[in-house]
Write a protein that binds this ligand. Sequence first.
Ligand code: S3P
Length: 172
Amino acid sequence: VAAALGSRSVVLVGMMGAGKTSVGKRLAARLGLPFVDADAEIEAGAQLTISEIFERFGEAYFREGERRVIARLLNGGPQVLATGGGAFMNAATRDAIAAGGVSIWLKPEVEVLLARVRKKANRPLLQTDDQEGALRRILADRAPIYALADITIESRDGPHESVVDQTLRRLA
Ligand code: S3P
């Protein structure tokens, strides 16, 4: 699989709670590639959390920084890159991803996403009383764009490792 990828990176896209970070770390280990998390890079660069960046500067500012960070990371050689859930919505970011890597939409069932995001309170787009409604709306809006990814990996609840296996088979 690593040979088939050549100099391209594997770029994970999909909703909050899709498992981009958890699957990405395992996938990177299996491929012998470095794992990089775009959100973590943005936070380290800004010395602020994603929530703080949203609060202080707004979403548009965040999206532009996100595009820049992803383009820079993809210039750094093959890696497994986990992107934030909204990154792929930005056309310029999608172009940067297409130029440097194979995009993979991690698409677990919506119930799985809901169960995962309920456990964590750090998503600025889900700071609402109706988290389920918000998540379902965001997913409905975004699904047609996520579907532009090179590969889609559908899953039910289960071990991340089985999603990793499925992804490796599709990349081969
Ligand atoms: C976002 C998802 C988050 C983070 C930001 C915006 C989104 O990343 O980038 O809160 O728009 O879906 P995760 O997908 O890693 O939660």
